[in-house]
Design a binder for this molecule. Structure first.
Ligand code: UT7
Length: 363
């Protein structure tokens, strides 16, 4: 029997209309555009306002809807939906069940995967193995978070970091030598103290006290997490490059978790990867947790070419981290051009404006 690979055949994405910029942020907490740009590299973030929609399922449904339109596959042909998210609409039912129901994916089953900011890495590996098993042909892997739902807008240490958004990929079985080639994934269980939400789960149920103590928001010890993020992401990429007899120079695209532009630059420096080969959108999308990696693919799709070598890496709560090595399977420019209006129309900025803004940051 021929070896089955799992390849991405399409990308969809969605970010909400409302843009919270650093000027507005500086009226919410004691901060400034200068501090945020220097320490994090975020200029704007998209925020899902209640009047527009609610829940991560809203973001993911919009993303998957675009994916179905771009790829022109019938909803009935999708067999599985995996949603990597830390901000599910509810404890239960799953966000995946809401996406499946809203979009009429009548032959699919699905489930959520919670691995914080590393969720999309883990979900891609899980989805790829389902395809490699030969039992499934077509699945959708989503990554995204409604981070503003658990961001404490009284805490200047965390609130400038996060934004809302989701994106998704179609993964299909192929016998071509393309797709997800290797994954190095890790969890150490040592990160609770440094990065968590204290209450709301079964260990500390919601109560008046937990609400008063503001324990339903992200708590992060930034400096510690920063150090672990740089070391562990760089180590994971080094491991996967070595395992696949590759050097940093041979990688067409490094897709790092978008948490802080200083983290991304530090990882790339350690790996000898040039800035032009790194996908970066933290400046205008901030940290969307499970959404950062697929949102990068969504935005950079026109630049991707069949045969490109991609390495994804992420780090998050748990601690959870890792790297995926992928050979890209199609000419992105052609695919993105099929429905270009779909790509831009929801945002208040066009792609060109995004690029101009990013250039401005560098200067
Ligand atoms: O996605 C999951 C993984 N998460 C990450 O990878 C995030 C990792 N951490 C980080 O990105 C950075 O640590 C932060 C962006 C969270 C913080 O940057 P930092 O350079 O580590 O700053 P710091 O926490 O060491 O704070 C430095 C100073 C402090 O003042 P003092 O004590 O030196 O007087 C803070 O109070 O900056 C102050 N500060 C701020 N000042 C203005 C903290 N937040 C702000 C702010 N505006 N928003």
């Amino acid at each position: 029997m021929e070896k089955i690979n799992a390849v991405i055949t399409g990308v969809g994405g969605y970010v909400p209309d409302y843009i919270l910029d650093n000027e507005e942020m500086s009226h919410i907490v004691d901060t400034s555009d200068e501090w945020i740009m220097e320490r994090i590299g975020v200029k704007t973030r998209h925020i899902l306002k209640p009047e527009q929609g609610s829940g991560t399922s809203y973001l993911m449904t919009r993303a998957v809807s675009q994916l179905l339109e771009k790829t022109q596959v019938t909803p009935e042909s999708v067999e599985v939906v995996i949603c990597a998210t830390t901000t599910p609409d509810y404890h239960f039912p799953s966000t995946a069940s809401l996406v499946i129901g809203k979009l009429g994916l009548t032959k699919a089953f699905g489930f959520d995967m919670e691995a914080a900011c590393a969720g999309f890495l883990f979900a891609m590996e899980t989805g790829a193995n389902m395809l490699r098993s030969g039992q499934y042909k077509r699945i959708i892997v989503c990554g995204g978070d409604h981070m503003s739902s658990m961001t404490n807008y009284q805490d200047r240490n965390t609130c400038p970091i996060f934004g809302d958004g989701a994106a998704c990929v179609m993964m299909e079985a192929t016998t071509e030598e393309v797709g997800l080639m290797d994954s190095y994934l890790r969890v150490d269980g040592e990160g609770y103290e440094n990065l968590h939400m204290a209450a709301g789960g079964s260990a500390k149920m919601p109560s008046h006290e937990t609400v008063d103590a503001r324990e339903h928001y992200v708590y992060q010890e930034g400096r510690t997490v920063f150090k672990h993020a740089v070391t562990k992401m760089a180590d994971a990429v080094e491991t996967i490059l070595k395992r696949n007899q590759l050097t940093g120079e041979e990688i067409d695209w490094l897709i790092p978790h978008q948490a802080n532009v200083r983290i991304e630059n530090a990882v790339a420096r350690r790996l000898n990867i040039e800035e032009k080969n790194i996908m970066i959108n933290v400046d205008h999308m901030a940290n969307t947790s499970g959404g950062t990696l697929p949102l990068c693919l969504w935005e950079y799709e026109p630049q991707l070419k069949k045969g490109d070598k991609l390495v994804f890496t992420a780090f998050g709560a748990g601690f959870s981290w890792g790297a995926n090595y992928m050979i890209w399977g199609y000419d992105g420019e052609k695919e993105a051009a099929k429905s270009p209006a779909q790509f831009y129309k929801e945002g208040t900025m066009t792609r060109q404006e995004w690029y101009d803004l990013r250039k401005q940051h560098k200067d």
